[in-house]
Write a protein that binds this ligand. Structure first.
Ligand SMILES: Cc1cc2nc3c(=O)[nH]c(=O)nc-3n(C[C@H](O)[C@H](O)[C@H](O)COP(=O)(O)O)c2cc1C
Length: 174
């Protein structure tokens, strides 16, 4: 399968990225094709709600989103990883999601895996996971699993938690 990993964390080598990499190790061992997109490295402007894309199928903004949309459309499975920022997903992840608008009717039929991180325990990260799940299910996808990177704040803290193995095993199960 063609697996696309979208990392919505602002920090390189942060807890979200470490969990993405563990998932990728598992999925690579299971023989899948993998590509990771770190939103922090990409230029993605916020949706302007001009609705030009409803007429043309394309965004008026010429940035990195068109390429990511092509990769997303080609993927059989998608991993969405986000830290929790003020109770929900990161702004980077939400900006990316709003920019799905030009192709929102063509992004279904995929297996989706969600990775969430935060210094709170699971109850505090539920909104982040629920929002990502609801949005991608609304697009016609099936959420197959959620990795809870709970109780982690500083970079690398997740390495000492069981979430690392859960991410690896989830990758293997794709
Ligand atoms: C702006 C901001 C807001 C945050 N808000 C929350 C929060 O509401 N709940 C929580 O559990 N953690 C919160 N955190 C902590 C991060 O979710 C946590 O450090 C996470 O590991 C960051 O992911 P990263 O290591 O991939 O960067 C916040 C961090 C930042 C920078």
């Amino acid at each position: 399968m063609n697996v696309l990993i979208i990392n919505g964390s602002a920090r390189a080598k942060g807890n979200s990225e470490l969990l993405c990499d563990a998932f990728m190790r598992g999925a690579a061992e299971a023989g899948h094709q993998l590509k990771k997109v770190s939103l922090r490295d990409r230029e993605i402007g916020p949706c302007r709600a001009c609705y030009a894309c409803f007429k043309t199928g394309r965004c008026v903004q010429q940035d990195d989103m068109e390429e990511i949309l092509d990769q997303l459309q080609a993927a059989d499975a998608v991993v969405l990883a986000s830290p929790t920022y003020f109770l929900t997903m990161s702004g980077q992840m939400k900006t990316f999601i709003d920019r799905l608008l030009p192709r929102w009717q063509d992004l279904g039929g995929k297996d989706v895996y969600v990775i969430v991180t935060g210094h709170d325990m699971k109850e505090g990260l539920t909104r982040t996971a629920d929002d990502l799940k609801a949005i991608f299910e609304g697009l016609g996808n099936t959420v197959r699993g959620i990795v809870w990177g709970e109780g982690v704040w500083q970079k690398g803290e997740v390495l000492a938690t069981r979430a690392m193995d859960e991410a690896y095993q989830m990758g293997r199960s794709v």
